[in-house]
Design a protein around this ligand. Structure first.
Ligand SMILES: Cc1ncc(C[n+]2csc(CCOP(=O)(O)OP(=O)(O)O)c2C)c(N)n1
Length: 640
């Protein structure tokens, strides 16, 4: 940190230091904090625009509330960088998301100021209520404050929590941070409702400014805002929140730190559930981010002066891009194909689809459960819905997957992106579990492409197979094979033999096929691209078992209950006893870092795989030359 640029910020090592400052210096603290975020995030990238919009909130909240005794919860946590800076992590911010660096989101193990671990959205209200109940049980004089965005507030679980909070007479303050944005534009009737709570031209101007900015016009200057707190002008409006039992206050200017402090001081002394509606600008204070908060939601490294991204050399299309183009091609051929995203248009590669087929594209907001069940309804009546969803977020919609889709045998396609280790977004976002949680569901076809072309053909296969089907593909690029323009249909449940060797056969799923190729060649092992996790190609498994001394399974999913387990089950059912090594993600959470760091941590990068498999073979368990055929070797631990 260049201390000369941050004369106040450098003195703040904890919120206690902040609270020692006179209130008239808080604006300067906010200004330094904003500059520091721009300076620091520009170096390695990270979540950006939302944090810039929450600077004054973070300063005011830590100033007024006695954190960490009072509980301060940040929903999702992507906007919590200013909070991290104020709570003793200023000098470590540069390493956020990197291996060994700060966690991408608030994490209880990282700081006593991180009252609740987050990453997935809309959990904060429920957790806060739980804490309020605990405080009441022990008569603990504690205030509980939640900051939740308008996007996160639209999720079902947030409304479930409001329903509960409003019926309890507990001291909770919900700060609704309304910037009229999710990652993309906010969608849905709730967003429209919030807009109607902004009676003053200054507020409606902000919404229009957001729209203008998205249309490429320059944003209006922030001076459109008055400097005074406007709470008193509009506090009498009766809102949905009042009707649900929360005292509504607002809307108020979320960038006026003095106004926020004054309002929060009053609210801190007020009993019962309350909701403070704060209006902010996503990307506040950094021109390019204000003008285009979507691009600046989570940029890579960039030049802070020019706003130009540091070029990453491109190495072919990502799986997301291949999926995106293939979906467009499928949709062109079949007008029944529609796409659904739970608020991840950009991440899931649906921007172009949404432009080309606006009436066949549905951004349902942060509502994974609803995304799956609305797809089920569509499939009932003849549409071919594709739910484009990250592996980690599909966890939210598990019952819907079973009860609404699979049980009714409805042809919904799940395009599961970020399946496997995702890197910087860390433990909350790793797509480690989908093969395990999908594999046990009847009626479901599960495919894992070994390369980009297979991703394309599997999407088409899924759309043609007239039953629930999932294609799960990893983050980033594949091995770089040519992508065929035509669309073909794979035989369901048929694996592909990649090479025939001796002794040991590797049965690889998805990304592990290319990761194991060099190893198989170097050691003359058989390599099979299994393609289907379900139905499994049992025939090839049994044939390989008959022709080899040992089998190795490899998948980018947890070992527990994953694709390798499926192979173990086939062998056991057939009464075959032979050495089997299951390679996959071990039974622990994999922390953040570059994707390759995460793969190495899990023992799934090329070098670790090679080391582990060859050692296992050399130990005699899986060798061609007379290792004991022992059933106990199934699922042998990583220590070998
Ligand atoms: C369950 C879940 N679905 C999707 C996401 C991805 N996601 C992260 S931030 C975000 C937008 C949140 O919008 P909002 O709460 O309004 O905050 P803002 O970024 O506008 O400040 C989304 C969709 C997530 N973190 N969790």
């Amino acid at each position: 940190m260049n201390t000369a640029n941050y004369p106040l910020l450098r003195t703040i090592d904890s919120p206690a230091d902040l609270r020692l400052l006179p209130a008239n210096l808080l604006e300067q603290v906010a200004s330094e904090l904003r500059s520091y975020l721009i300076d620091t995030v520009s170096q390695n990238g990270g979540h950006f625009a939302a944090g810039l919009g929450a600077v004054e909130l973070a300063v005011a909240l830590h100033y007024v509330y006695q954190t960490p005794h009072d509980r301060l919860l940040w929903d999702v946590g992507h906007q919590a960088y200013p909070h991290k800076v104020l709570t003793g992590r200023r000098d470590r911010l540069r390493g956020i998301k990197l291996r060994g660096g700060l966690a991408p989101f608030p994490a209880r193990c990282e700081s006593e100021y991180d009252a609740f671990g987050v990453g997935h959205s809309s959990t904060s209200l429920s957790a806060a209520l739980g804490m309020a109940i605990a405080a009441a049980r022990t008569a603990m004089p504690r205030r509980i404050v939640v900051v939740i965005g308008d996007g996160a507030m639209s999720a079902g679980i947030a409304f479930e929590a409001l329903n509960h909070i409003g019926s309890m007479d507990l001291d909770i303050l919900v700060v609704l941070n309304d910037n009229d944005m999710s990652i993309s534009e906010a969608t849905g009737a709730f967003s429209n409702y919030l807009a109607r709570l902004l009676p003053d031209e200054r507020y409606t101007g902000i919404r229009r400014r957001g729209v203008r900015a998205l249309q490429g016009e320059s944003a209006a200057p922030a001076s459109e805002w008055g400097s005074e707190s406007l709470v008193h002008e509009t506090a009498r409006v009766r809102t949905l929140f009042d009707d649900m039992g929360l005292h509504y206050v607002g809307p108020t200017d979320g960038h006026n730190v003095d106004g926020l402090v004054a309002t929060l001081k009053t609210l801190r002394e007020t009993r019962g559930p309350q909701l403070l509606h704060v209006v902010t600008t996503k990307g506040k204070g950094y021109g390019p981010a204000e003008a285009d908060p979507i691009t600046w939601h989570a940029p890579g490294p960039f030049n802070a002066c020019t706003g130009v991204a540091v070029k990453e050399h491109s190495v072919g299309p990502t799986y997301t891009q291949v999926f995106a183009q293939s979906l467009i091609d499928c949709a062109q051929r079949d007008e029944r194909v529609v796409a659904i995203t739970p608020a991840m248009r950009e991440g899931s590669g649906l921007v172009e689809f949404s432009r080309r087929f606006p009436l066949r594209y549905f951004d349902v907001g942060i509502a994974e459960q609803h995304a799956v069940t609305v797809a089920a309804g569509m499939a009932c009546d003849g549409l071919k819905p594709v739910v484009a969803i990250y592996s980690t977020f599909l966890q939210r919609a598990y019952d819907q997957l079973i009860h609404d889709v699979a049980l009714q045998h409805l042809p919904v396609v799940f395009a599961i992106d970020r399946a496997g280790l995702v890197g910087g977004d860390g433990a909350t976002h790793q797509g480690s579990f989908d093969l395990t949680y999908l594999r046990c569901i009847p009626n479901l076809v599960i495919m894992a492409p070994a390369d980009e072309n297979e991703c394309r053909q599997m999407l088409h296969t899924a759309l043609c197979c007239h039953q629930p089907a999932a294609v799960r593909y990893p983050r980033g690029t594949g091995p770089g094979v040519p992508i065929e323009s035509h669309l073909s249909v794979y035989s369901i449940g048929k694996a592909e033999l990649r090479r025939t060797g001796r002794g040991t056969a590797i049965l690889a799923f998805g990304s592990m096929v290319s990761a194991c190729r060099a190893l198989a060649e170097a050691h003359d092992m058989t390599l099979v691209n299994m393609r289907f996790v379900k139905p499994l190609d049992e025939e090839i498994v049994l044939t390989l078992a008959a022709n080899h001394d040992a089998l190795v399974t490899a998948e980018e999913n947890v070992i527990a209950g994953g694709a390798g387990s499926a192979i173990n089950e086939v062998l056991l059912a057939a009464g075959i006893q032979m050495p089997v090594l299951n390679c996959g993600i071990p039974d622990r959470f994999i922390e953040h870092g570059a994707r390759n760091d995460c793969l190495r941590d899990a023992g799934l990068d090329r070098e670790s795989l090679e080391r582990r498999i060859t050692r296992w073979c050399q130990a005699g368990v899986g060798s061609t030359h007379g290792g004991p055929r022992a059933l106990h070797a199934i699922g042998r631990p990583a220590s070998l």
